[in-house]
Design a protein around this ligand. Structure first.
Ligand code: GCU
Length: 648
């Protein structure tokens, strides 16, 4: 689309296909999409594409051999021809994008038949988009990429089809197959998307469908009251169940391939089953029953905790909440109810342990939720490539044996970082997070650094690749260094969560404390003397986290309250670690900014300028973090920096 960044699908990546002869076999709407892609490439580069039985020879054959819903494909090259086969239409589309990713390599040497397919059936983005601008949260809650892609001025955007279709194309090219189009906090206007404003959702679904992306909707648990005029939303009430069944049937009349509902219930003030003395399984199962005849799924979020805590109360630990609420319900959820769990026990901090809930519900379909939108990781003003963090999460052996990537049978979800910004993600380099998410959802054990390379080459070509790698590769750890130390988290400005405020949440009701005093810092979550959170883990993690001797440095203050003089495994004291990492973090940002500046002739001007401008803000902000955090701890502890650097 004109004026919109092609992201990882610049025309150039289609050249190897567009200069050759391609045969496409099979029929159906997604096969037409494949044909359109190849035909477009041939128009640009002079090649040819044929449908069905045409005389050869061909360089590329894309063949649909069945009519199932499989997303996998085979790929091989022999006798001068590259062949992709799939038994399902979306498999053929993913096969095409596989060829695009390989570029000329797809046409070079012989390759024996390879089979490809996604490890996880659901690979989803949740948009926290509001239809009507929210007075506090704006058009997109925690959005850092302009307005919403879908909604503007209180309705579905007029130019929807072009831009949303282009979005669907980008998503398909990295393997994402589902999108929830509105915020999990469902306000009054948005509630109506389920009923009288369903047509707008159907329009969005229509724009995404040609790229194999299914549409989901966040709904309010109170819908039978606010939309249906009933006096209750009790999940065991027959009228309530009947209302949901009818509403869901109408949704499927309008959107036959509708994916299902996303629900935030009894969480941060949203309505839920607790009001009626019912369990979360009762609530989720009611919606599951309404969706079941149509093949839909309910994604029920596990982000349930007391957000009105008294900070004086040391017996309540927010980290424990999801496990406390949901583990007793294991085995009670319907087959088409998926429990959607944030990857960490708190809230998308730059460093958290993996949520112990993930390994503790073997009889429940879980989806793991990541946050691509950089709420706590620099808000797309800072470079922070999250691939290594997500990969650590996905490889973590949640129950002591199976990895999170294996346990997440309900899929992988990320809160979207996309808006109507011309670069899609505000910070052009934040596109790497979106791409990496899609590829990791397809293959959770893939090497994130290879995925990064793939994204760099597709998006920028080879010229600036080494520089981009240098800028992005370690950016998550750099961000961690200059912000909250050793897993303690928070220390952000309350409300909008950008920039440092060491005590910003210390005396708040949100359950997010660090307990720093003149002697030490951190939260005792051990079973022996603390909140007992460490005991929620399977072995060997429970034992490892229980003791400061075995707890990994980077999570030490998440699990333990330690003195400033405590010696870390790294050989540094806690306080010296704080000083050193904060100085280093800023130096690393300075170095990354310089590398970026050196790429000026290798990257297109608009993109280069946007990133250069964001680097200035990142550096300003990183210095602010460094100086506030270091000064705070110098003043609290009275321990000077061993290297005598400037602290205020
Ligand atoms: C965080 C975030 C909220 C969001 C919530 C959620 O608390 O700050 O904006 O609504 O997570 O995931 O539901």
């Amino acid at each position: 689309m004109q004026g919109v960044d092609p992201a990882w699908l610049p025309d150039e990546v289609f050249r190897p296909i567009g200069t050759r002869r391609t045969l496409i076999r099979g029929s159906g709407p997604l096969v037409d999409t494949v044909h359109g892609e190849v035909a477009g490439a041939c128009d640009r580069f002079g090649g040819r594409v044929e449908r069905d039985a045409s005389p050869g020879p061909f360089d590329l054959v894309l063949e649909l051999t069945g009519a199932d819903a499989s997303e996998g494909f085979t790929f091989e090259r022999g006798d001068g021809c590259t062949t992709v086969t799939a038994t399902g239409q979306s498999g053929l589309l993913y096969g095409l994008f596989h060829v695009v990713r390989l570029g000329e390599d797809a046409f070079r040497k012989q390759r024996p038949r390879e089979t490809h397919g996604p490890a996880l059936a659901l690979r989803m983005l949740d948009h926290w988009d509001n239809v009507a601008v929210h007075p506090v949260m704006g058009q997109v809650e925690r959005g850092y990429a302009g307005g919403s892609l879908f909604w503007q001025d209180g309705r579905a955007r007029g130019e929807l089809l072009g831009r949303v279709r282009a979005y669907g194309r980008l998503l398909a090219a990295c393997g994402i197959n589902a999108v929830a189009v509105n915020n999990v906090n469902v306000h009054a206007t948005e509630a109506h998307l389920l009923t009288d404003r369903l047509g707008e959702v159907a329009d969005i679904a229509g724009a995404l469908r040609p790229y194999g992306v299914r549409t989901h909707l966040s709904v309010t648990f109170a819908a039978p009251i606010v939309l249906g005029g009933l006096s209750t939303a009790d999940p065991l009430d027959d009228d309530v169940r009947g209302w949901w069944a009818e509403a869901s049937a109408r949704v499927y009349e309008a959107i036959p391939d509708f994916g299902g509902y996303v629900v935030k219930a009894d969480s941060e003030g949203q309505p839920g089953p607790f009001a009626y003395g019912r369990s979360h399984a009762d609530g989720a199962n009611m919606l599951a029953a309404a969706l079941e005849p149509h093949g839909g799924t309910v994604h029920w979020r596990a982000f349930v905790y007391n957000h009105r805590q008294d900070w004086r109360d040391r017996t309540t630990d927010r980290a424990r909440a999801a496990h406390d609420h949901f583990v007793p319900l294991d085995g009670e959820f319907a087959d088409n109810a998926v429990l959607q769990v944030k990857h960490g026990p708190m809230d998308f901090q730059v460093r958290e342990p993996v949520s112990p809930l993930i390994g503790a519900m073997p009889r429940t379909r879980l989806a793991v939720e990541l946050q691509a939108t950089q709420e706590y990781t620099g808000q797309q003003r800072h470079v922070c490539w999250l691939g290594p963090m997500w990969s650590e999460v996905l490889r973590f052996r949640a129950d002591g044996e199976c990895s999170v990537g294996e346990v997440a049978r309900g899929g992988l979800v990320a809160v979207s970082n996309v808006g109507d910004d011309p670069f899609w993600t505000g910070h052009p380099l934040a596109q790497a997070n979106l791409y990496t998410f899609g590829r990791l959802a397809w293959q959770p054990h893939a090497d994130p650094h290879q995925i990064l390379d793939e994204w760099i080459l597709l998006t920028f070509g080879t010229g600036p690749a080494a520089g981009l790698r240098a800028v992005l590769d370690g950016s998550w750890r750099t961000y961690e260094k200059y912000t909250a130390p050793l897993g303690v988290g928070w220390m952000v400005q309350p409300g909008h969560h950008y920039g440092p405020s060491v005590d910003g949440y210390e005396y708040s009701p949100w359950g997010t404390y660090h307990f720093a005093d003149r002697d030490g810092i951190g939260v005792d979550r051990s079973a022996a003397t603390g909140s007992g959170f460490a005991g929620q883990y399977a072995k060997p993690w429970a034992e490892m986290y229980e003791s400061p001797d075995t707890c990994p440095d980077e999570l030490l203050l998440f699990f333990h309250h330690m003195s400033y003089g405590h010696m870390l495994h790294s050989g540094k004291t806690v306080i010296q670690h704080i000083y050193d990492t904060h100085f280093e973090g800023v130096e690393e940002v300075e170095a990354a900014r310089d590398v970026w500046a050196s790429l000026v002739d290798l990257v297109d001007r608009a993109r280069h300028a946007r990133v250069a401008e964001r680097f200035e803000e990142q550096l300003r902000s990183a210095r602010e973090w460094r100086d506030q955090v270091n000064s705070y701890f110098l003043r609290k502890s009275g321990v000077p920096d061993a290297h005598g650097r400037r602290i205020y």
